[in-house]
Design a protein around this ligand. Sequence first.
Ligand SMILES: [Zn+2]
Length: 160
Amino acid sequence: MKERKLTPKISLLRLLLFLTLAMPLLRSADAGINGPTAAQDNLIVRGVLVCLNQGLKEASCGGNDLLGLKSADGRIYPLKTGKAAQTLKEEKRLQTNEFQLTLKKMNDSTTYEIVKSQFIRGGKLYDFYYYCDVCNITTYTPGPCMCCRQETEYHEKPVE
Ligand SMILES: [Zn+2]
């Protein structure tokens, strides 16, 4: 008789277990729908760094140029002015003018924000970063450590 009383409880547990197992599946189905849209916000573009004039056309480099990434098919992606873009131009240790940038289109302008910078040298893709070994802090633009003001150290690493 005891067993019969337990049966409804077991069914309920089974139902709960089913729901618990099913929920992550439902969620991942949801993410599958949203995934491609989210990925479209970021563009990964390979190209060479070029200077741009006010009309966003490729121009010879002067002093305070706008910068752009020119892909192999000739498309120009103007880059948002800032330290991330300047670093690509000014960091001589990169020893290349070819980059793979992860870009995000700015809503209110024609420029792209740099989400991630990688460079290509001799056909190989590299990550680069600046590191403070005192504070164990990694940054992606050069200069003194934001924490202890000691100069950060340049590092580069081939992408596997
Ligand atoms: Zn530091």
